[in-house]
Write a protein that binds this ligand. Sequence first.
Ligand SMILES: Cc1cc2nc3c(=O)[nH]c(=O)nc-3n(C[C@H](O)[C@H](O)[C@H](O)COP(=O)(O)O)c2cc1C
Length: 200
Amino acid sequence: MKKDNAMKHGLILGAFCLGFGLLIALTDMVTAKEIAARAMEDKINSLSQVLPAELQDNNPIKDAITLKGEHDMETTVYRAMKDGKVTGLAYEIRGSGYAGEIKLMMGIAADGKLLGVRVLAHKETPGLGDKIEVKKGDWILRFTGLSLGNPPIEKWKVKKDGGQFDQFAGATITPRGVVKAIREGMEFFAANQAKMTEVN
Ligand SMILES: Cc1cc2nc3c(=O)[nH]c(=O)nc-3n(C[C@H](O)[C@H](O)[C@H](O)COP(=O)(O)O)c2cc1C
């Protein structure tokens, strides 16, 4: 009798474990799908801000290529094309801020002029370093139209370091990190221009 009871309890416990296990696995799958969908939405949104619609008759995500970037890291380069020619490129760049890494999306025309830069993620301080966000100010919009030679390379710094870009009051580290990331992003373009713009 005791043995039967133990068996029954064991079976009930086993069934519960299996049920909950399945439930957790299912929730995990749904969440992972939602996260991926949200990440894709964010990507499309940031791409649309740095690759103007008039420069493309393609889908830059479908025509993306992968290149080796800094520290041998794979970089996905989204390519805007019109009439079969590459007109613009966009890729993620990373800077070092006050509170950690700053991720940005940079758009650059085939001639090397910046089409735009937008912050994707950062941990900078609200009211100080977060002025790099487009919704907090126009600072990040000032890079549009500039290139490696305009201003000259030695001016690609914040004013405090002898460059041309404003720092923020009481917050120099964040803008310094972003200016450096953008300069490096343009150097990445300069080093890979042929690969980025060739169409097979
Ligand atoms: C709590 C706290 C948060 C800060 N957050 C930032 C920040 O997000 N970005 C930044 O550049 N500086 C931040 N700073 C200021 C930096 O420590 C540093 O003093 C400043 O960037 C240097 O700029 P300055 O030379 O213009 O003073 C913060 C300082 C404190 C005390």
